[in-house]
Design a protein around this ligand. Structure first.
Ligand code: PLP
Length: 351
C-alpha cells in the first residue's frame, strides 16, 4: 500500500516497542489534559452508571455558539477518526472518486480506496502548499468529495484563510468539501478560517474536529463533525452513534472546551518548542517546512527505516515518510526537554 498508517508505530507488539524517553510520533499533547478536565473526569465517574443525555446538548450548544451554527449541525464521536471513516465509507459507495492533495493524511483515503473509491491526489506546490487551482481543475462528475486537511498533516502548512474560504464557496455547491481541522486549535484564533459560518449559510462542507490534539484527549477519544443536518444523517449509519462517547470523556470535554486559558497555554508552549526545534535543525543545515501545527516535517539524508530505527534505539519515537523517493522525518512537538533530547539524539544519529 502507498498509504502510511499514522498509528502503526503505536500498535506494534509491546515486545518490539522500545521504551521511549520521548514519544514524538503521534502528535499528542505532551502537557496532558487540562487540570479542569481532570477534575471533571473524576466528578463524572460518580455518574458513570447513567447514560449521557443532557451532556451532549450542553457541549453541542457551546460549540454551536462559537461556530455560529445550531446544535443540529453537530455530531459528536469518539475521536474524529470515526467521522473520517464514515465519510470514506459513504462517499466510496458505488466507486466514485475522492479528490485530494498529495502529502496529506491518509486514513480517510485508505478506507475510501478499500471501499472501492478512486483517489486522485494533486501534487503540492514547491512550498508544500495545496495547489487549489490544480485541484479545482480536476473536478469531474466522478468526484464525490474533496478532502483537505488544514493545517495539513504531515507538512504542517496552512492554506491562507481567504483562499480556503473562497475555495469552499466555489466548490461546495458542486461537490461536498471535507475539511479536516484536527490541528486548527494550534493556529492563532484570529487567523482561523470561519468555516462554521459557511455551514450556517448552507454550504455543503463537512468539518472534522478533534479533542485529541490541543485538548490532549487522544486516549480519552472525543471529536465531532459540523455539517448540514441532512449530511450528518447520511454519515450516521456508518458510525456507532453518539453514545459511543462515554459520559466521563464528554464531561471532561465540556470542561476542557471552556478552558480557553489552558488552550492558550498549550498553544504558546507548542510554539516555543516548535520554534526551538526549527531553529536547531535549520542551524544544522536542514530545510524545515514552516509548521502551524504540533509537529514538523523536514527532508533527511538517511534511509527512513534506518533513521527511524536508530532514533528509536536512542529512545526517541518519531515517524518517517517517503515522498517520491525523498525521505522525511516527522517529529511531533513535545516539551522543551523532550525537544532537546530529540536534537541530541538527532545529532548522534546523523553524525
Ligand atoms: N485527522 C488528522 C489530520 C490527524 O492527524 C488525526 C490523528 O492524528 C486524525 C484526524 C484522527 O485523530 P482522532 O481520531 O484521534 O481524532
Amino acid at each position: 500500500s502507498v498509504f502510511v498508517n499514522e498509528f502503526a508505530p503505536l500498535t506494534s507488539p509491546p515486545d518490539t516497542m522500545p521504551k521511549l524517553r520521548a514519544r514524538l510520533l503521534a502528535n499528542e499533547n505532551p502537557l496532558g489534559i487540562a487540570p479542569s478536565a481532570k477534575e471533571a473526569l473524576i466528578k463524572a465517574s460518580e455518574i458513570g452508571n447513567r447514560y449521557a443525555w443532557m451532556e451532549f446538548a450542553q457541549l453541542k450548544n457551546l460549540i454551536a455558539a462559537d461556530e455560529g451554527v445550531t446544535a443540529r449541525h453537530i455530531m459528536m464521536s469518539p475521536g474524529s477518526s470515526d467521522i473520517l471513516m464514515a465519510a470514506a465509507s459513504h462517499f466510496a459507495k458505488g466507486g466514485g472518486t475522492i479528490l485530494t492533495s498529495a502529502m496529506t493524511y491518509d486514513d480517510l483515503l485508505e478506507r475510501a480506496q478499500r471501499m472501492g473509491a478512486k483517489i486522485v491526489s494533486i501534487p503540492m506546490t514547491k512550498e508544500y502548499q495545496y495547489d487549489l487551482n490544480a485541484i479545482k481543475s480536476k473536478l469531474t462528475p466522478e468526484v464525490k468529495m474533496v478532502y483537505l486537511v488544514n493545517p495539513n498533516n504531515p507538512t504542517g502548512t496552512v492554506v491562507p484563510t481567504a483562499d480556503l474560504e473562497a475555495f469552499c464557496k466555489e466548490v461546495s455547491p458542486k461537490v461536498p468539501v471535507f475539511v479536516d481541522e484536527a490541528y486548527i486549535d494550534f493556529y492563532e484564533p484570529a487567523a482561523r478560517p470561519k468555516l462554521g459560518k459557511l455551514v450556517a449559510e448552507g454550504q455543503n462542507l463537512i468539518l472534522a474536529r478533534t479533542f485529541s490534539k490541543i485538548h490532549g484527549f487522544a486516549g480519552l477519544r472525543l471529536g465531532y463533525a459540523i455539517a448540514q443536518p441532512e449530511m450528518l444523517k447520511l454519515l450516521k449509519p456508518y458510525t456507532n452513534g453518539e453514545f459511543a462517547v462515554s459520559i466521563t470523556t464528554l464531561m471532561a470535554g465540556i470542561a476542557s472546551y471552556q478552558d480557553k486559558a489552558w488552550q492558550d497555554h498549550c498553544r504558546a508552549e507548542n510554539a516555543k518548542a516548535r520554534d526551538f526545534t526549527t531553529k536547531a535543525l535549520t542551524a544544522l543545515g536542514y530545510e524545515v517546512i514552516p509548521s502551524a501545527a504540533n509537529f514538523i516535517l523536514f527532508p533527511i539524508r538517511m534511509k527512513p527505516k534506518t533513521f527511524e530505527g536508530q532514533m528509536f534505539a536512542n529512545g526517541i519515537g518519531i515517524q518517517t515518510r517517503d515522498f517520491s523517493g525523498q525521505p522525511y522525518c516527522r517529529v511531533s512537538v513535545g516539551t522543551m526537554d523532550e525537544m532537546a533530547m530529540f536534537m541530541d539524539s538527532f545529532k548522534k544519529v546523523v553524525g
